[in-house]
Ligand binder design. Sequence first.
Ligand code: OAD
Length: 285
Amino acid sequence: MSATPPSQGPIAEAVRLLTDARRVVFLTGAGISAESGVPTFRGPEGLWRSHRPEELATPEAFRRDPGLVWAWYRWRRSVVASCRPNPAHRAIARRALLQGRGVTVVTQNVDALHEAAAREEALALAAGGPTRVDPSPALPLELHGNLFRDRCTRCGRVSESPGVREGAPRGAEASADGPAPLPGCTACGGLLRPDVVWFGEALDRETLEEAFAAASAAEVCVVVGTSSLVHPAAALPLATLEAGGAVVEVNPEATPLTARATCAVRGPAAALLPAILGTPGPVMP
Ligand code: OAD
């Protein structure tokens, strides 16, 4: 991929839409993390191919067999903990940090890679300078929760899962003495669960409202690596379109959104996002 974006075609159109945009929303899905090594949900290697979601990612499954659900999440954590942000996460984080409060990052992913990219880009931008760069403009709204947080099923307290970001050993869910014990809340002793949204559960209302407000106000919504099948996330770019904004889709494959997108860029996110976002946008006053 050349450093200079082409002057015609979908990439050029995406660059043109984004260059002067002051309010931008990035909506991401599993595809943005595919090149980091995180399995997608619905592709040939997708997570749901080898595990039936109704057996693992539902409140009923957790009530029926919390040990099985925890074993699966511990395995997922161990896989994801060894993954690093790729150039797509970093390009988005850089744009958000350089542009400030005009950019909102919204993700359906629970892998915390946008957060890691925000911190890494903030450090990179600060390198050599006297002042620290605040990563918060690049921190995402996490629509489906975060794999590395726990939530108490009794008192609702949310906590970071100790040690898992460093990468638990694979197969940590079982030991020679049998399955790992179920984790308990340090505040009330209740059973902990992963702080993620399961099938049949509602999304956090405040997070969703913030995401829709940003999408409705955006001049451009960039939709990266999502099959655009799962609502309410799939409706965010439609809110941008209905308010008169543009939608740029970045995906190697067509989705139900493609026909409505202002511009569809075909290909992998890690190559395309740096090409599209190479030029920092205007800084919000
Ligand atoms: P999917 O697995 O449904 O879709 C992944 C999308 O990424 C597909 O459209 C692929 O074509 C695309 N893709 C694959 N590789 C890519 C790459 N290198 N660059 C860019 N795109 C690529 O994942 P999501 O749409 O994120 O919800 O799934 C949405 C939700 O469905 C998930 O958050 C999850 C699941 O049910 C919950 O768990 C609540």
